[in-house]
Design a binder for this molecule. Structure first.
Ligand SMILES: NC(=O)c1ccc[n+]([C@@H]2O[C@H](COP(=O)([O-])OP(=O)(O)OC[C@H]3O[C@@H](n4cnc5c(N)ncnc54)[C@H](OP(=O)(O)O)[C@@H]3O)[C@@H](O)[C@H]2O)c1
Length: 350
């Protein structure tokens, strides 16, 4: 079953240091030693790289909702304790294994790892790295993997969004939400209705390209969408909140509309009234972006190379809402849990 966001908050801050094993050079890493407890910062002894692996000097690491779920034991994929969370990063190559041919020392890269990225160094398979083009900063690049990879696959690969269509997106001012707005408007030439939980978030979504916005904390999302587009409805809905927000988004769809389930940030998984699918020839589908890495690497890799290319061309503009230091990782988690974050939250390792 898909993961749920729990409601318990972490204490404000709880950091500790303990010496790593071995001697010589060490690097710092965030460590989850116990589920639902604050992360610790530890000194870790580096291990040698395997022939196909690359050691990266991490500059920025994305803080994703999924990292928080993983540290609560509520993510789709359970990690064994203790572990270092962090599924995406940007940085420069420090060292390559003997069989590595795709990158060399000094190259600027982004990586998708699943775990281990919330650290000053990260070792990963060469297949999990993509070169960052010259015009793209490492800070911008760090925003791209999870949020833009997901937005691109949700809108294009799954929902087949067409120019001129209307897209409704929930949690629109969040990391993935703003990426959906950016890709839908600036790449796919669609119109976006942004749905978010405060007027301030709605304002940001409009500033980032949405044509309309709805504050769903103040009434029915479905009624608000109907007021904006009439009874015809929207062509595509991208939902990350679940529960009632999902059901209202489903009921806002037009004939042959498509709804893509991305997550359940609100904590509730809705059941789909299947008669609604029949009545308007609606298609309801899910997207688990990270799973494409195993199931269809070509599609996965293209979502990343497209994001990098759009960014280099200036067609998309990643938005960083807040940056925290590694030792502030628990504050960064709280910022997201308390719904204070907008756009991407990053850890800066430099
Ligand atoms: N399937 C995939 O491959 C995939 C990829 C990326 C993300 N996701 C999922 O998409 C969702 C958003 O991820 P993100 O990284 O973009 O997160 P984010 O930037 O932290 O956005 C989360 C937003 O969810 C909304 N929300 C609604 N109810 C909430 C609650 N009870 N607690 C916390 N937030 C709540 C909030 O926006 P409002 O205040 O505006 O409601 C919040 O800002 C998550 O569920 C994540 O797991 C899935």
């Amino acid at each position: 079953m898909a993961a749920l966001a729990g409601r318990r908050c972490l204490p404000w801050v709880w950091l500790r240091r303990r010496p790593g094993q071995g001697h010589g050079r060490h690097y710092r890493a965030a460590l989850c030693t116990e589920l639902k407890r604050p992360l610790a910062i530890e000194e870790v002894a580096p291990r040698p790289v395997q022939p196909h692996e690359v050691r990266v000097d991490v500059h920025f690491c994305g803080v994703n909702f999924a990292d928080i779920l993983a540290c609560r034991g509520q993510y789709q994929e359970m990690a064994h304790l203790p572990f270092t969370p962090g599924m995406e990063f940007s940085g420069t190559v420090l060292e390559t294994g003997t069989d590595v041919s795709t990158v060399k020392e000094g190259d600027r890269v982004i990586g998708v790892t699943g775990l281990n990225a919330m650290a000053e160094e990260c070792i990963t398979d060469q297949k999990s790295l993509w070169q960052v083009p010259e015009k793209v900063s490492l800070q911008e690049a760090a925003v791209l993997p999870v949020s833009y990879g997901t937005a691109i696959l949700a809108l294009d690969h799954r929902a087949c969004t067409q120019p001129g269509e209307t897209v409704l997106v929930t949690a629109a001012a969040g990391a993935t939400g703003l990426a959906v707005i950016d890709v839908a408007t600036n790449v796919l030439q669609a119109k976006v209705i942004a749905a978010a939980g405060s007027d301030e978030k709605c304002k940001l979504a409009m500033k980032r390209g949405a044509q309309y916005s709805v504050n769903y904390s103040q009434g029915s999302l479905k009624d608000a969408v109907k007021n904006l587009v009439g009874s015809g409805g929207v062509n595509v809905a991208i939902d990350m909140v679940g529960g009632d927000a999902f059901l209202e988004a489903l009921r806002s769809l037009a004939w042959e509309g498509r709804i893509v389930v991305l997550g359940f940030a609100g904590g509730n998984i809705a059941s789909i009234p299947s008669n609604l699918l029949l009545l308007k020839n609606i298609c309801a589908m899910g997207l688990y972006w990270g799973r494409y890495k195993q199931q269809n690497f070509t599609v996965f890799s293209k979502s990343l190379s497209s994001a990098l290319q759009y960014c280099q061309q200036g067609r998309i503009k990643p938005h960083v809402g807040a940056t925290f230091k590694l030792e502030e990782v628990n504050d960064a988690f709280l910022h997201v849990i308390q719904r204070k974050s907008t756009g991407k939250v990053l850890l800066s390792l430099k």
